[in-house]
Design a protein around this ligand. Structure first.
Ligand SMILES: [Zn+2]
Ligand SMILES: [Zn+2]
Length: 443
């Protein structure tokens, strides 16, 4: 019996396997193990197989279910109290698009005050239901603490006013939530027109964050009124348990690798390409020295882990008004905090064997230097190893894609390309003590 922590058990009776993390069916909401999520055991269509109307309906159902739990009157009372008694009203839809304001992970309801300022109530979507309560509560508390921390910096991020948990007896709001400022602006579409302005702002943000070193790697929380480092708030795929905080970069990276290796061998992540995924994290674990260039970092810096264009908001003139969605933010070693990230990545290339810095990575490095920060510029143009590590090998369509990613990793690490990547991955896996578990997944 495996000792690896589980988010949930497979919902098929008599099956004792753990569920695949983040793999609950979006139609019937049930979690399945790495075997029973296959078509022959579970017959719900996948999201790509349903019609646009059916997809819309799923979204409507989810939001309506959420509003059955959400006590809007209490939300408005709370918001009004926090905003000097000013009256406010609630809207579930955006005024411009008339659609819901949702991302993959969160729904946002609007709170509009009499003076027309607007707040959002940010509520985790139903996908969070499969995660352990303790983890959800840590992720929310940590995002709130991150926003509070940012309020005392020059980083343009939403102000946070309150957070609460569905389990809070005295708040009666009925859901997990964060109350925050709504920053006006349109998401950056990666268009060239606004690129210089976006990269300049990103450079300013990185320079600002470099002024706030932390002594440990982890995520922020507020304890007795003070912002401090606590356990890692999982990661952007919500695959990881809350471990840490860590005193050194090596300790942090090794623990994350070991968590991944345990989870893969237990069938909890990457169920369709376990050997490729296992080889991916094994290589990181055995080459930690190379990842951090042989230095032991003693300082860590806050990183937005999902700094894609849609989280960067611009005004009409292309000026950045704010960077949003700080969920899962972490304090990481400088080499990662100021190294290439999503904002300058070529997303298609990142999922391929074609590794290396992009033109935009280089452009951002130059801007950092022009702004007087030679050391950050240097880190930005070193390599994209940590970007590849964080992007991982789970969010893919096929085993072939996983094999490309593995080749890409070898390329970034300057290691020889094996003739047959499948055989090579198999060899890496066989050298590990978890090999019998891995083998049982495919058998
Ligand atoms: Zn289903
Ligand atoms: Zn099962």
């Amino acid at each position: 019996m495996s000792a690896t922590n589980r988010f949930a058990n497979c919902s098929i009776s008599q099956c004792h396997r753990p569920s695949v993390r983040g793999g609950a069916c979006q139609i019937c909401d049930r979690p399945f193990c790495c075997v029973h999520d296959r078509k022959e055991f579970h017959t719900c269509p996948s999201l790509s197989e349903i019609s646009e109307e059916e997809y819309q309906q799923l979204g409507e159902n989810e939001v309506s279910e959420l509003h059955q739990r959400l006590n809007v009157a209490e939300v408005l009372k709370r918001a009004s109290t926090l905003n000097g008694g000013q009256k406010c009203r609630y809207e579930s839809r955006d005024s411009d698009t008339t659609g819901f304001i949702v991302g993959c992970a969160n729904f946002h309801g609007r709170i509009i005050f009499d003076d027309q300022t607007e707040w959002l109530i940010r509520i985790p979507r139903k996908g969070f239901n499969e995660y352990p309560r303790q983890l959800i509560e840590h992720v929310i508390a940590s995002e709130f603490a991150t926003l509070k921390f940012l309020e005392n910096t020059q980083v343009p991020a939403p102000k946070a006013y309150d957070f609460g948990l569905a389990s809070d007896k005295d708040k009666r709001i009925g859901v997990d939530y964060i109350l925050m400022e709504r920053i006006a602006g349109r998401p950056w579409d990666y268009g060239d027109k606004d690129k210089q302005s976006v990269l300049e702002s990103v450079a300013d943000i990185l320079i600002e964050l470099s002024k706030y070193p932390f002594a440990q790697a982890g995520s922020l929380v507020i304890e007795q009124g003070d912002i401090c480092i606590s356990k890692m708030a999982s990661n952007r795929y919500v695959h990881l348990d809350a471990h840490g905080p860590y005193a050194t970069d090596k300790e942090c990276l090794l623990d994350v690798c070991q968590q991944y290796l345990d989870l893969i061998a237990d069938g909890q992540i990457c169920p369709r390409w376990p050997q490729e995924a296992f080889a991916f994290y094994s290589i990181f674990a055995t080459h930690v020295e190379q990842v951090f260039n042989g230095t032991e970092a003693q300082e860590f810096f806050l990183k937005h882990v999902d700094d894609k264009g849609d989280h960067i908001l611009l005004d009409e003139t292309g000026r950045v008004t704010g960077i949003i969605d700080w969920q899962f933010a972490q304090c990481v070693p400088a080499a990662e905090a100021f190294g290439p990230s999503y904002v300058t990545a070529d997303q298609a290339r990142l999922q391929s064997a074609d590794a290396g810095l992009t033109e935009d990575d280089q452009r951002l490095a130059n801007i950092l230097r022009d702004k007087g920060s030679a050391s950050l510029g240097m880190m930005m143009e070193r390599d994209e190893l940590m970007r590849r590590f964080r992007n991982g090998i789970s969010d893919l369509d096929s085993k072939e894609e996983a094999q490309h990613i593995l080749r890409g990793l070898l390329a970034v690490m300057d290691r020889p390309q094996p003739e047959d990547i499948v055989v090579w991955a198999l060899e890496v896996c066989r050298q590990d003590h978890r090999w019998p578990s891995l083998l049982s997944l495919s058998g």
